[in-house]
Design a protein around this ligand. Structure first.
Ligand code: ZN
Length: 402
């Protein structure tokens, strides 16, 4: 009897210890905070030690956004953020009651907040994403797009892959895919915009993430005549090198394994970059491949892809000498001839070094430009040789000037 009593006391003590350590483990931490500025919103990403309960609300006069996080401690410094940004003036923190962490975001204008939690993936922890949308800025964007529609220029949508939270592939010397894609996209836009009768639309202009479906929408809104999505691939074997070009495939089409795996990798961008679950729809399944793809759009994208390969040959090694097909979400604007270009393998240290240089970025951009001009000629969209003649002059002077 006495032994039993003693035993139950021990058990009770053990249980108490267990519960108290469980309670301690429940206290989460805000470990890091990052800020990404897009034209129509600012995104804050909070790295958390685990899932948390939180509440987000607005206060006026002055405008501010408040986030109350239950059982959370601040384990990072807020003053490391590069502030002010176009939306955020300052971020402050406080502890309004035991265990609760409060962030107060002072904003410069009325914003529409949106927030969601992301599960851990690809080495990233639990994240709380807070988007501060600028309704006025979004309206302005729509107006600019309308103006471009009225001009009878050939419009090239240039999509720099990844961005913001999503670095894309990372090279052995820590070169980020998102950096290379944006640099080449900007070089290409420069050449296009210097060409009479042509206009570039950059789908991403800075270091922020654009969801895959938004990329497609932006290309459509701009009434793009073609779309080039720019990427750089990575594999385990560091000696692999060369460019490859992809188009969208029909559901029934034979895709090779590597192309399908690549599409899955690129399509995961939304989850890494941070798109709320209810915002991800499977566009490829929902809107395109449920129906039959129009053969002419497949053919023109394929022709564009072949032209890109033939021009990329002059800029560097080629991995596959013919285009491949797979279900890339970003290529789902099927009425616009669209290709996805993997410039090279960033996982190859020698190629990574090349991809980092301005000269090589320009060379790749001019190959993509030449391919676009060639494609427009083949499609009968460029009636005379003026554009290409002017273009190559411009390209030359562009190179000569640097
Ligand atoms: Zn990519």
């Amino acid at each position: 009897m006495r032994q039993n009593l003693f035993f139950s006391k021990i058990v009770g003590l053990l249980l108490l210890l267990l519960f108290s350590s469980a309670a301690q483990a429940d206290t989460g931490a805000l470990r890091d905070i990052r800020l990404w500025t897009a034209p129509d919103h600012t995104r804050l990403v909070l790295d958390l030690s685990g899932k948390i309960e939180y509440e987000l609300f607005r206060l006026h006069n002055p405008e501010r956004i408040v986030i109350d996080m239950q059982q959370t401690e601040l384990k990072t410094r807020l003053n490391q953020l590069s502030l002010p940004d176009p939306v955020i003036q300052e971020i402050r923190s406080g502890v309004p009651k035991t265990g609760m962490l409060r962030l107060v975001i002072d904003v410069k204008e009325k914003v529409q907040p949106r927030s969601f939690l992301l599960k851990p993936m690809q080495g990233k922890p639990f994240r709380l994403v807070v988007d501060l949308m600028r309704p006025d800025q979004a309206k302005k964007e729509a107006i600019t797009a309308d103006v471009s529609k009225k001009q009878k220029e050939l419009i090239i949508a240039i999509d720099a892959g990844h961005g913001g939270e999503d670095p894309g592939a990372i090279g052995p010397h820590k070169l980020y895919e998102k950096v290379v894609t944006l640099a080449v996209a900007k070089e290409l836009a420069k050449i296009v915009d210097a060409t009479p009768g042509m206009k570039a639309v950059l789908i991403r202009e800075g270091d922020y993430f654009v969801p895959l479906m938004k990329r497609v929408q932006l290309a459509r809104k701009a009434k793009a005549d073609l779309m080039i999505s720019i990427h750089a691939d990575a594999v385990r074997t560091h000696t692999v090198e060369g460019a490859s070009v992809y188009t969208l495939s029909d559901r029934g089409a034979t895709e090779d394994k590597a192309a399908r795996a690549l599409a899955a990798k690129e399509n995961a961008a939304d989850e890494v970059g941070g798109v709320a679950f209810d915002q991800i729809d499977d566009p490829v399944v929902n809107s395109i491949l449920g129906k039959m793809l129009r053969t002419d759009s497949i053919n023109s994208s394929h022709m564009l892809a072949e032209t890109v390969i033939s021009k990329m040959k002059h800029a560097g090694p080629i991995k596959y000498s013919s285009p491949k097909r797979a279900r890339f979400a970003v290529l789902s604007a099927m009425e616009i001839p669209s290709v996805l270009v993997e410039l090279d393998y960033i996982s190859n240290p020698a190629r990574e070094r090349m991809l980092k240089t301005r000269e090589h970025q320009k060379l790749l951009a001019s190959a993509l430009f030449d391919a676009s001009v060639d494609f427009f000629h083949k499609m009968g969209r460029l009636k005379d040789s003026t554009a290409s003649a002017v273009a190559s002059d411009d390209t030359m002077s562009l190179f000569a000037g640097n």
